[in-house]
Design a protein around this ligand. Structure first.
Ligand code: GLV
Ligand code: MN
Ligand code: MN
Ligand code: MN
Length: 402
């Protein structure tokens, strides 16, 4: 049995998927979890799965599945995007899953199922759909998560209630494969075609709130102010200094969202809430950074007369990829793109990290032009997209004969 993938059909589907929420310059996409374009894209995907002869299912959180009969390999990723995102983050892995499952069906085997997980991008706390499915978090706790506007996960997923069926039994799958753009510069700069992922770094994500005293911006002398935005600024400078002896060049931390209340030019703000996220390949380092963050927030609050509170969104440990599946991807990469691939760590989080709780998982990367992602400018050369698909399809064949 030989799977005959069709690159033309694969690229066509990728471009069609991009039309849901197409925005911005270039190939930008705005398709956050549970938005109208996200739900419409998932309904379109369900139709593609059905056309391919797969049984379709939406689960209670809105992940959409195309199920092959009996035991099968599972391939997929996510089709929600960042609030400003590109056309490939998640979409590539989803359409790869669709094309390989479809081609495998046409070839009469091996059995391949496909999935697009919901809310990978963390409107409610990163990889929420796959975390709930894998049991990393339970549905009740997930339902209490809120987005930056205060909307709850429970209310968001209710938007897909009319489609929802049961959770899919994970025991029907023998393993999970996810193709993804690298989202960093390494493959592109080296002129390589494929990355075989060795492990996914761990991540911690929380919100911190400093509360001070809201007052008039013209009449309140500087020495009497308790401005929580200033507390946030001081906190940022201090943690950068204190991290210096703890981090490696691979360690990253980010404040990507700040809410200053009430947010007016002539008001000294009363409250500042901001995101604090950090990532590293080692649990010990993640813990050490957390200590620094909590101690520093407490110290800044005490020094300046602020109150401080924190809410934890996610803590995800570093996850190694399955050795046998990595080897199949590596052998396929060497065959399709000899000498033009490497093994590498993933600095981005992926659904594969959740699914690894349930079954062997592995991931394949293709280059991102200029290393850009989570931005409208995200892109990958067409031939690299196709090479990734070919490597994945060949790896599926290798795994099913082994
Ligand atoms: C998810 O896309 C992440 O790694 O931030
Ligand atoms: Mn992604
Ligand atoms: Mn992403
Ligand atoms: Mn991601």
């Amino acid at each position: 049995m030989m799977i005959q993938i069709r690159p033309d059909r694969f690229l066509q589907d990728l471009h069609t998927l991009r039309q849901f929420g197409a925005a911005g310059v270039g190939k930008g996409v705005v398709r956050p979890a549970y938005s109208d374009p996200d739900i419409a894209a998932r309904e379109w995907l369900a139709e593609r799965y059905a056309d391919a002869g797969l049984k379709t299912r939406f689960d209670p959180v809105g992940s959409v599945w195309g199920l092959a009969k009996g035991q099968s390999l599972l391939i997929g990723s996510h089709s929600d995007s960042q609030p400003e995102g590109g056309w490939l983050d998640g979409a590539l892995g989803v359409v790869c899953g669709l094309e390989i499952a479809r081609a495998a069906m046409e070839a009469g085997g091996p059995a391949v199922s496909a999935v697009s997980f919901q809310d990978e991008e963390g409107r409610f706390g990163v990889t929420t759909g796959s975390r709930v499915w894998s049991g990393a978090t339970d549905l009740k706790s997930a339902d209490r998560l809120t987005d930056t506007q205060g909307l709850s996960f429970a209310d968001a997923r209710a938007r897909m209630r009319h489609l929802a069926g049961d959770f899919v039994d994970y025991k029907r799958f023998t393993g999970f494969l996810e193709a993804h753009i690298e989202q960093g510069p390494w493959l592109y700069e080296a002129g390589e075609a494929v990355g075989v992922v060795t492990d996914i770094v761990g991540i911690r994500d929380m919100r911190i709130t400093f509360e001070g005293e809201q007052n008039h911006a013209g009449t309140t002398p500087m020495h009497r102010r308790r401005d929580p935005l200033q507390a946030m600024a001081r906190f940022q400078v201090l943690i950068a200094e204190r991290f210096r002896n703890v981090v490696t060049p691979q360690t990253v931390w980010t404040t990507g969202h700040v809410d200053v209340h009430p947010g007016a030019h002539s008001i000294v703000p009363g409250r500042c809430t901001f995101s604090m996220q950090w990532r590293d390949g080692e649990t010990e380092r993640l813990k050490k950074m957390e200590e620094i963050i909590r101690d520093t927030a407490g110290e800044v609050a005490e020094d300046g007369g602020f109150s401080v509170s924190t809410s934890d969104l996610v803590g995800i440990e570093p996850v190694p990829m399955d050795a046998r599946m990595q080897a199949a991807l590596g052998d396929a990469a060497e065959d399709v793109a000899p000498g033009r691939w490497r093994r590498m760590q993933s600095g981005a989080l992926h659904d594969a990290a959740s699914v690894a709780r349930l079954m062997p998982v592995a991931m394949l990367f293709v280059p991102s032009i200029n290393g850009i992602s989570h931005a409208f400018a995200e892109d990958t050369r067409e031939e690299d997209l196709v090479t990734g698909l070919q490597v994945m399809a060949q790896a599926v064949e290798r795994m099913s004969v082994a």
